[in-house]
Design a protein around this ligand. Structure first.
Ligand code: PLP
Length: 443
C-alpha cells in the first residue's frame, strides 16, 4: 500500500523533512491549551500566568532530559538561527574582552583579534554569522572537509591559535547528512581550554545526544525539524559558560534571553522532542532501510549518478544524489507536477541557481553540484513508495538528459561534430536509464 500523505484531499509525497516537518498531532494537542484558555504571560504572578510558567519549566525539564543536561542549561529561543547567532556572537565578543583584558596586563598596547574555527559546510546561520564577525574584526578559519564531508579533528587542532575563542562544527550536515566527529572535536577544544559549539539542528531528535559525553559547551536545536512548531528552538549552554544576553530587554530566561516566551511553541517543542527521542532507534532502523533502498536503486539504476556524503556515517533520513547532465531545479519542477516535493541543496538557498557550497567543498564540480537533489524522508515512507518514486524519477531524468548534448555525447550518440543537432541524433537512442546493474559513475 502506498503511503502518500493526503492533504486537502490531494495525495503527495513529502521528501523534504530536512527543510521542515509537519507538526505532529500530539504536539498540536499539547499546544492548544496555551493558545486558548491558558494564554497567560509566563512572567506574571497571577494563576493564569503561573500555569504558563509551570508549562514552560516542565518543557525545559523534558528537553534537558533528552540530552542529559540540567534544566537550567536550556534557554529557549526563536529557532536554530537565533541559537547559532547567540552562541557565536556572544562567545566571541565576551571572549575577546577577556583575552584583551589579560593581554593589556602584560602590554598596555596589546591588540587581540579573537579567532573562531569552523568549516566550509556549515549552514548559512553559522557562515553568515561568521561573515558578520569578520566585519567586527574577528579572524575566522573555515576548515576544509574530506570528500564525504568530514571535518578532521587533527585539522581543528592544527588551526588553534593563542587567541582562539570558539570552535563551531555542526553535528549533522543539512544537505548531505554527514555526521561530524563532534566528540573528538569537543575533546580537542577542551584540551586547549577553548569553547565548543555544535549546530545540532538536523541531528536533535534524529541521533542520540548526550552533551557531557560529547564534550559540548553550547548546542543549537530547532523544533520544526522534529515535528514541532516553527519559530522555536533552544540553546544549550553548559553551566558556567554564561554567555551574555543576545536579545536585550526583559528578564526572561533568567535574564539571558529577553522577550515574552512562546509558551505554546515551547510546549509543542517539548512534546515533539520527547516523542522523537523516545522513538529514535526504531525510526532510524526503518528510515535506513528505505534510504539505502532508494540510494541503491537511484545510483545503480541510473547512469552517471552518485551519492554525496558518507554512505554509512549519515543521518538515517538523508539522501543526496548527483545526476549528471541535468539541472536539479528543472527536475524538481517536474517532480512538483507529480506532487513529489524535494529540494536541491538547502531550502534556504533555493530560488537561486547558485551551486551548493557544501557540494563544492566536497570537490563536486559546479555543473554537477547544480544537478544534485536532496531527498529527506520520514519513517512512513515504505519500500513500495520508494519504488514508485524511483520509477517516476527515472523517465524524468532521462527526458531532461536527452536535451543535453553533453549527455548524448557521453553515451556515444552524438559525434562531437554534430553537436548542433542533438534531437536528430537522439532519435532511436537506447534507453540509457534502465540499467539497474550498470553501476553509478565513480566519484
Ligand atoms: N542550522 C541547520 C543545520 C539547519 O538545517 C537550519 C535550518 O534549516 C538552521 C540552522 C536554521 O534553523 P531555523 O530554521 O530553526 O532557524
Amino acid at each position: 500500500m502506498l503511503t502518500r500523505k493526503v492533504y486537502q484531499k490531494k495525495a503527495y509525497y513529502y521528501l523534504d523533512h530536512a527543510a521542515t516537518t509537519p507538526l505532529s498531532k500530539e504536539a498540536l494537542e499539547a499546544m492548544i491549551p496555551y493558545l486558548t484558555e491558558d494564554f497567560g504571560n509566563a512572567s506574571t504572578i497571577y494563576t493564569l500566568g503561573q500555569r504558563a510558567k509551570q508549562a514552560l519549566e516542565e518543557s525545559r525539564r523534558t528537553i534537558a532530559e533528552t540530552i542529559g543536561a540540567k534544566p537550567q542549561e536550556i534557554y529557549f529561543t526563536s529557532g536554530g538561527t537565533e541559537s547559532d547567532n547567540w552562541a557565536l556572537v556572544s562567545a566571541m565578543v565576551s571572549g575577546r574582552q577577556r583575552l584583551l583584558h589579560e593581554a593589556i596586563q602584560r602590554d598596555p598596547d596589546a591588540i587581540v583579534n579573537g579567532h573562531l574555527i569552523t568549516d566550509k559546510i556549515e549552514h548559512h546561520a553559522i557562515l553568515q554569522t561568521c561573515k558578520y564577525l569578520e566585519s567586527l574584526g574577528f579572524d575566522i578559519t573555515y576548515l576544509d572537509v574530506d570528500s564525504k564531508g568530514h571535518v578532521d579533528p587533527r585539522d581543528v587542532e592544527a588551526a588553534i591559535r593563542p587567541d582562539t575563542i570558539l570552535i563551531s562544527v555542526m553535528m549533522a550536515n543539512n544537505e548531505i547528512g554527514t555526521l561530524e566527529p563532534v566528540t573528538e572535536i569537543g575533546r580537542v577544544a577542551h584540551d586547549h581550554g577553548i569553547l565548543f559549539h555544535t549546530d545540532a539542528v538536523q541531528a536533535y531528535g534524529h541521533i542520540p545526544i548526550q552533551v557531557s559525553e560529547m564534550n559540548i559547551d553550547l548546542m543549537s536545536a530547532s523544533a520544526h525539524k522534529l515535528n514541532g512548531p516553527k519559530g522555536v528552538g533552544f540553546l544549550y549552554m553548559r553551566r558556567g559558560v554564561n554567555l551574555k544576553s543576545f536579545m536585550h530587554g526583559g528578564a526572561q530566561e533568567r535574564g539571558f534571553r529577553a522577550g515574552t516566551e512562546n509558551v505554546a511553541g515551547i510546549v509543542g517543542f517539548a512534546k515533539a522532542a520527547e516523542t522523537a527521542c523516545a522513538s529514535l532507534r526504531a525510526r532510524n532502523i526503518r528510515e535506513q532501510q528505505v534510504r539505502d533502498h532508494l540510494i541503491a536503486r537511484l545510483t545503480r539504476g541510473v547512469k552517471f549518478a552518485w551519492l554525496n556524503g558518507d554512505p554509512v556515517d549519515r543521518l538515517s533520513n538523508n539522501i543526496n544524489i548527483t545526476f549528471q547532465y541535468i539541472e536539479a531545479e528543472t527536475l524538481l519542477l517536474l517532480m512538483n507536477e507529480k506532487k513529489i516535493y524535494a529540494s536541491a541543496g538547502s531550502a534556504c538557498a533555493s530560488g537561486s541557481l547558485e551551486p551548493s557550497h557544501v557540494l563544492l567543498a566536497l570537490g563536486v564540480s559546479r555543473e554537477d553540484a547544480l544537478g544534485s537533489i536532496r531527498l529527506s524522508i520520514d519513517p512512513d515512507l515504505s519500500i513500495e513508495d520508494a519504488d514508485y518514486l524511483v520509477d517516476t524519477l527515472k523517465p524524468m531524468i532521462e527526458r531532461l538528459r536527452r536535451q543535453s548534448s553533453r549527455y548524448l555525447e557521453a553515451i556515444g550518440e552524438l559525434p562531437e561534430t554534430d553537436a548542433e543537432e542533438p534531437e536528430a541524433k537522439a532519435a532511436g537512442a537506447a534507453d540509457a536509464v534502465d540499467t539497474e546493474d550498470a553501476g553509478g559513475a565513480l566519484h
